[in-house]
Design a protein around this ligand. Sequence first.
Ligand SMILES: Nc1ncnc2c1ncn2[C@@H]1O[C@H](COP(=O)(O)OP(=O)(O)OP(=O)(O)O)[C@@H](O)[C@H]1O
Ligand SMILES: [K+]
Ligand SMILES: [Mg+2]
Length: 702
Amino acid sequence: MDSTNPSPKPSYSPRKSDRRQARKQSRVSTRGLYLRAIKDAFVKLNPKYAIKNPVMFLVWVGTIITTIATIDPYLFGPVSGNNLQLFNGLITAILFFTVLFANFAEAVAEGRGKAQADALRTTKSETIAKKLLSDGSVSEVSSTSLRIGDTVYVAAGDVIPADGEVTMGVASVDESAITGESAPVLKETGSDVASSVTGGTRILSDELIIRITADPGKGFIDRMIALVEGAERTKTPNEIALTVLLAVLTLVFLFVVVTLPAIARYVGSPISVVVLVALLVALIPTTIGGLLSAIGIAGMDRVAQFNVIATSGRAVEACGDVNTLVLDKTGTITLGNRLAEGFIPISTYSTQQVANVALAASIFDDTPEGKSIVRLAEKLGAKIDFDSHRAEAVEFSAKTRMSGTNLPNGSQARKGAVSAIKGFVRSRNQQDTPTPVLDAAYEGISQLGGTPLAVALDSEIYGVIYLKDIIKPGIRERFEQLRRMGVRTVMLTGDNRITASVIAGEAGVDDFIAEATPEDKISVIQREQAAGKLVAMTGDGTNDAPALAQANVGVAMNTGTQAAKEAANMVDLDSDPTKLIDIVAIGKQLLITRGALTTFSIANDIAKYFAIIPVLFTSANLGSLNIMKLTSTNSAVLSALIYNALIIPALIPLALTGVKFQPLTANQLLQRNIFLYGLGGVIAPFIAIKLIDVLITLAGLA
Ligand SMILES: Nc1ncnc2c1ncn2[C@@H]1O[C@H](COP(=O)(O)OP(=O)(O)OP(=O)(O)O)[C@@H](O)[C@H]1O
Ligand SMILES: [K+]
Ligand SMILES: [Mg+2]
């Protein structure tokens, strides 16, 4: 839970994003990226890879056929015409470039990940680990020999040899190797969120004893490398469905093209094999076929640029389908640094007395709330009148919703949710005490969106602490955007009903659940899923792990426990719960981009069909069909093919950055995109082909 998170809340200053930006740029040089992609484009010509993309593979096969026809134009039967070898050679070259361009698109998309993986690998060099043996002695071993369950000792200056949990000590650690943030992070034992350490990070001060939790090659950095490199990138269900659709379309066009020679012979206008291959390539969906995997990779990459590591493309894509977002109140919707604003006494007690009990109940509470209560109480002159070394801490838990101190004299000081403290007092008094003043204070604070904490000593409630929290600026607009995209937001909080409804109303969430226990989180998710919804959530604690695993998209905070990180399918390196909203937007954009480019590609192919087919039959005195007045059959085929090849690199930037994103529902988007990319896709080829036809006629190529 957030209130137990000792690390500072993320700031929203532009400086931080600038730093992140600078880091990305230094890691990846654009020039190197393109050079590498050009090389990879050739490597991907290997049939072993090429066959994974059926549409482009067919183009590759076509290239080989036209190559043979260039060497011997008469091999596949009698053909007429002059300059056959030049024409066939040109077609072959264009087809070859079509395949290369598609490979290049994929390679560019993969490039950034590969460069990032290289940078990560440099942090992963083998180190010497100080392993603790059962007899208490220390033995120096290689980090690669460590196994789960081993215990190691690390001190200032050491690199942590493998992932683990701190079992003893407190130390500050430089995690910039994975998060890019130079500020040191405090690691300590016992804490739910600060006890997990990552191999490859460096201890800056003090020393730690760590129990290893990952075998060699299975650590967080290893997983990150595999992920950013795309080694684990499997096709997502949506991608598979689209690949099947494209294959079917390809078959249809293959059938169309195969039946053409018979018709052509009938009308007395025979067509050569090379023209048939060219026609086939022009008609099959090569544009989307060539860009499909680049779009998917770019989606993962865009998530990575937000400093979020996705375990699979499937996870990013699932974000696009999310219908319900489950969010925490404290720290996600509100700023989360709830600070004590005042003490309100009840019955005969004075403010001073409330402050004294509040202080006694908070001396061991190191949550931001606890510390702010101590500060305020001390400011009001409160003092503790017992030996704190002999007192016992009662830790806060989201289940009990209270915390406190057992004093040396046997007294119990508590503070917590008003209902929880009422329950605490009732169990000692065996009856309810009517407390109209308490209820008024509770309601007053809640109406302001604040959190009221009741303060009790043994069987007496002394008063209420007002914890003030502020809704994050701009959060209402973000929920508004989500609503327009058809995403429902549900706020989940351990806080009381009134506070919850006030904050929910101000923030504009669709629904909320108050006084929620950690178990409620999982049941909310299950209920939504039972209604056919895809659910996304964030979490950091161990008790969030089951809910993170249950959600379709679970984003764990990097400050969270190992269990939470393993259960999630994304890890946010900045530990900013608000990012879930951005990730959902990225997922939506990925799906929209794919849809838009598919529409454009298919519209293009249909337009090309009507542009070229008539020209093929001009010699049969069907010239009136040549509405575009293209120069000749050859120039029509060449123009169409050149357009077909060039459109792939022309659309790479769009495939990588994604189409312009507007928060609309899926249906509205579909309509808008069919109009924009469908109509555009029909018109563009006519204009472009005509233009290229004029140019190559001027150049005397056809
Ligand atoms: N350190 C604390 N000591 C005592 N009581 C606390 C402490 N922190 C929170 N509480 C009380 O327990 C309630 C539940 O806390 P919990 O962390 O489950 O939810 P929350 O912080 O209010 O909201 P969210 O679930 O959005 O983080 C709080 O609303 C508050 O009344
Ligand atoms: K095509
Ligand atoms: Mg909380």
